[in-house]
Design a protein. Structure first.
Lengths: 247, 247
DNA sequence: CGACCGATTGACTATTTTCAAGTGGTGTGG
DNA sequence: CCACACCACTTGAAAATAGTCAATCGGTCG
């Protein structure tokens, strides 16, 4: 069960330098936060922070630790993963444009989030140019990334989707977000999703995902061990899977 | 070729009550706009306002008249339609979160847009709570709608995608946006997209789109005439195309 | 050890795309 | 006014792609 650990302490926050407040000096932060009604809440893997179509609780959230998947689903149970959140990401701001949440947020791993009431968010947005533009910029980046996924889902074949997903994982700027634990070996990237979840992200079945990955392992393009993956031959992967530079 | 018609006159703007300034009184609007550097620009059908990967011109745009499609494409030419804009919609705010446009905007019909420099937009956002929250709300609605499309593209079968597209067109709140011309017959909705564009929106080929539509015409679920479409039997359409209430 | 769960693999089926030919409407030039 | 080209759309047949169903593997945990 989720439980509230404490009121948040922004100055000592583990994601202070990746949050929407990263641009604030210690002084401005201290001044801004004194009226915040923050709460740090823990979730176990598999637990949901909120659900699609639930009434918004008028809070925004910042992910402090762990990974969260944002999903949408059809009445018959089919699920689409919309995006995966990493430490520092802002979410739950849906309430700024509608009464109900548009999607579900579920912990992929044990998580800690910091809840900030929307009125507090609006207040700090009014008072701090930097925070305001940081929030705006994050929301627009979410939009850009979602548009990119639209192209992935609508225009690409299964192998192309899967290859570009793996190649994205391999990008160094992503890796550090995923390998949150002891493992810092630069070659191996933690796979944040199960086969079935990868399918749900890319609009494929678990079998299709499994087949291509197995095939590419046999061909020596990638390696996998204990939930970690390594891209051995990015060019081979691209050539095999990506028509005309689609990845 | 696009050409600049005039400086915009917000007070007499045809989309005044649907724009980001709709909540402002005439007085506040007059006060706000006096320093705006607006320009009304016309485009013929098929012309583009800006292109994916182009450097942003640091402007936002409001669509005054006509329809615009927002698209993304792959290097090999495959195209995905991201959304269709109607009068009053704000676009081009990409520049708030990156140097390059993330997508292409192309006129589907003859269009008029009003260009507003981003610095002006930021200024009015700072000074007007209402405009600020209107902009924020629009951007988040764009995000919600794009997430919805992700579910459409990733989780649904061809017939389900197409049926929910047609049923959406049939919704009364959409119709008025499309039937901008003389035709006000409530039954018939103007189809804003060609078969090939519908395919590009839903991640299908033109043939697949054509086949299902022909089939549903034969079965009497829909009618079509001169670019207008009518949904005769929404229930039949749902039953035929939509597994377990997927539409 | 046995139950369970995620992943793999094979065989088969369904869906969608591809390729190709044809239709029908519209507009242009002779 | 007709012949023609052009374009969007339709239709059919074949091929490719991805999904379904089912059996099995391999690791983990009680």
């Amino acid at each position: 069960m989720p439980h509230i650990k404490s009121k948040g302490h922004c100055l000592s926050c583990p994601v202070r330098n990746r949050s929407i407040f990263s641009d604030l000096s210690e002084d401005s932060l201290e001044a801004s936060i004194k009226d915040f009604h923050t709460a740090v809440i823990s979730y176990d893997a598999g637990e949901s922070i909120f659900h699609q179509n639930d009434k918004s609780d008028e809070s925004s959230y910042t992910l402090r630790k762990g990974l969260i998947k944002i999903t949408k689903s059809l009445p018959d149970g089919r699920v689409q993963i919309v995006r995966v959140l990493v430490a520092g990401d802002l979410f739950g701001f849906d309430g700024l444009a509608g009464k109900e949440y548009n999607h579900t947020a579920t912990a992929l791993t044990a998580c800690e989030v910091c809840r900030l009431p929307l009125p507090d968010l609006s207040e700090v947005r009014k008072n701090n140019q930097e925070v305001d533009s940081s929030i705006m910029s994050r929301i627009i980046k979410n939009l850009r990334q979602t548009e990119d996924m639209l192209l992935e889902l609508g225009a690409k074949k299964a192998s192309e989707k899967l290859a570009s997903f793996l190649l994205t994982l391999g990008r160094s700027d992503i890796r550090s977000d995923l390998n949150t634990d002891m493992n810092n070996d630069i070659q191996w990237v933690k796979l944040p999703l199960s086969r079935s979840e990868i399918g749900s992200l890319l609009g494929l079945t678990i079998e299709t995902v499994s087949r291509f990955i197995s095939d590419w392992k046999r061909k020596g393009y990638i390696k996998e061990s204990k939930g970690y993956i390594q891209i051995i031959d990015a060019d081979g992967l691209k050539k095999a899977a990506c028509t005309e530079g689609s990845c």
